[in-house]
Design a protein around this ligand. Structure first.
Ligand SMILES: Cc1cc2nc3c(=O)[nH]c(=O)nc-3n(C[C@H](O)[C@H](O)[C@H](O)COP(=O)(O)O)c2cc1C
Length: 290
């Protein structure tokens, strides 16, 4: 973890409320006289900014998080639960897009939402590859379709299926579920049913070894989906391109994926052809209380 330098408490402003010590047990140490001390060289500071954001007296000077950069929060911005639920129901996986491109400005807004996501120890390791080149998007779709068709062919053959099952029992049991879809995708020639001709794809990736990489990426991608909805765009998570690029060196080269990286999740983004007039019911959460 990078050591940002000493966090200073302006004692003339500090009200000794101890909120800083409550939000960060690593770097703020309550002293017997009621004041708070900070470490000379904090070794466990993630620069998450909680101390600065929570201090009601603006008494904390953090070397990496200046208070001037911390936007005041307004209670009036809080959504009601009903507002939030209505909005959540507006997001659907979109598989039809207009020709309209997604501008750089809009992509920046989507990514500004993504970085609001929680992430393991605030390491901010997630990286994004945004593909707006339609030729590259087309190549990904074609190659992914070929891979799906090839795998379907292999698994439709009783002999190769037997050996595939023998050596990849778990993977086969999962792929079996996808077989009808894979057969369909392999057979459709006149439509792009992989990236749906979306004008933009966002690959969300981290190093392969990153222990929080998968969760960090999915939280971030989810925020992209809701930001897109708010901006009038539609998205669809495309597991097929995640798998296809991760398993194909030529595609990795095409999109410039670093060698030690793995795509954790992928989205296509574009302007949807139409608006949904209704939500559809979702099954209740499968929950167990302990
Ligand atoms: C991990 C993951 C992978 C997905 N992969 C694909 C895909 O390759 N192609 C596709 O059309 N939809 C894909 N989807 C979208 C799901 O089919 C969709 O989220 C689900 O049917 C629920 O519909 P909704 O998102 O409209 O609520 C994927 C979703 C997730 C979360």
């Amino acid at each position: 973890m990078n050591t940002p330098g000493k966090i200073i408490i302006n004692q003339s402003k500090c009200t000794r409320c101890k909120i800083c010590a409550n939000v960060c047990f690593s770097n703020f140490l309550p002293v017997e006289d009621g004041s708070i001390a900070t470490l000379d060289s904090p070794s466990m500071c993630a620069s998450c900014g909680h101390c600065v954001a929570a201090c009601p007296a603006d008494a904390i000077q953090h070397p990496a998080v200046p208070v001037s950069a911390c936007e005041p929060l307004r209670e009036s911005s809080r959504l009601t639960y009903d507002q939030l639920m209505s909005f959540l129901k507006m997001r659907r996986s979109r598989r039809e897009f207009t020709e309209q491109n997604v501008s750089r400005d809009v992509i920046d807004k989507l990514l500004a939402a993504a970085v609001q996501a929680p992430n393991g120890i605030n390491r901010r390791n997630v990286q994004y590859t945004v593909i707006v080149d339609r030729q590259v998007l087309g190549q990904i779709a074609v190659r992914t379709t070929q891979q799906i068709a090839g795998l379907a062919k292999l698994l439709n053959n009783p002999v190769s299926r037997f050996f595939f099952k023998l050596f990849n029992a778990n993977l086969y049991s999962e792929l079996e579920f996808f077989m009808p879809l894979m057969n369909q995708i392999g057979a459709i020639r006149d439509r792009n049913v992989v990236t749906y001709n979306a004008p933009c794809a966002i690959l969300v990736h981290t190093t392969k070894k990153d222990m929080c990489g998968s969760e960090d990426s999915v939280y971030a991608a989810s925020l992209i989906q809701y930001a897109a909805e708010a901006l009038g765009l539609g998205t669809c998570c495309i597991g097929f391109i995640t798998a296809s690029i991760n398993g194909d060196k030529a595609l990795q080269k095409l999109v410039g994926l670093p060698n030690d990286h793995k795509i954790q999740t992928s989205l296509v983004v574009g302007y949807p052809e139409f608006r949904y007039g209704r939500s559809t019911p979702k099954a209740d959460a499968n929950v167990k209380f302990v």
